[in-house]
Design a protein around this ligand. Structure first.
Ligand code: SF4
Length: 234
């Protein structure tokens, strides 16, 4: 009895995932099918951070770590008004800046990143956010994921694929990779998705991850990918 109750308490046990590893051309075809269906499902998929300039997107992306885009979008209008360029942000009063971004969490580290990044942009790049991966990842507080967000959405450059928590989770659930390290997930997706869709695929997976393929309780019953997803619980 106890054993049966334990078994039924785990939804995954009631719907065991049958994974048959896809290889080469079959895997690519699978990825293209997913891409096509998600494009149809989310024709307006886009970056949900509000911005008008590369610097604003860079600031918003730094703030979005461990925070919702919605919360970031509540904080940035004031921030962008108060610090309209890299030089003014670099000279911000630490306590004042911390206070402005406090609600996004990890505000002390984020303040350090914003001050370091803006000082480097002001001094080494004449106030303009650089548009190459190498230069971006050399800015304080900027990693590959942030650089990919800025390149893809502010400059329209498909240099890589943004792998956040949603992209990483969905890539595994959909059988596109069994890697969990973001850099390896990115390399796996790069090999499967046409370059012109590298920025878009991240938006599509993020839209789907936020609306349907939720972390704890994926809504497989209303998922357009259910019949091709190896993790579907329907
Ligand atoms: S079928 Fe379920 S697990 Fe697969 S992508 Fe859809 S919601 Fe996620």
């Amino acid at each position: 009895m106890k054993k049966a109750a334990r078994k039924n308490a785990n939804p995954a046990a009631r719907h065991p995932v049958k994974r048959k590893k896809k290889r080469g051309a079959e895997l690519k075809q699978h990825a293209l099918e997913i891409l096509a269906r998600l494009k149809k499902e989310y024709p307006d998929a886009h970056c949900e951070l509000d911005f008008e300039t590369p610097l604003q997107l860079l600031i918003a992306t730094i703030l979005s770590a461990q925070c919702t885009d919605k919360r970031v979008n509540m904080v940035t209008p004031d921030l962008f008004r108060t610090y309209p360029d890299a030089r003014t942000l670099a000279q911000a009063d630490v306590a004042e800046l911390e206070n402005m971004i406090r609600s996004t969490g990890f505000f002390r580290n984020k303040t350090k990143s914003l001050l370091g990044m803006s000082a480097a942009v002001a001094e080494k790049h004449n106030g303009q956010v650089p548009s190459s991966m190498d230069e971006l990842v050399n800015l304080p507080g900027v990693g590959r994921k942030t650089a990919n967000v800025v390149l893809g959405n502010a400059f329209g450059i498909n240099e890589g694929i943004v792998v956040d928590t949603h992209v990483g989770r969905l890539a595994v659930r959909l059988g596109l990779t069994n890697q969990t390290d973001p850099v390896k997930v990115e390399q796996a997706l790069i090999a499967l998705i046409p370059r012109e869709d590298w920025t878009l695929i991240a938006h599509l997976l993020i839209f789907h991850g936020r609306r349907v393929c939720l972390a704890r309780t994926p809504r497989c019953e209303s998922c357009v990918l259910a019949d091709v997803c190896p993790s579907a619980r329907v």
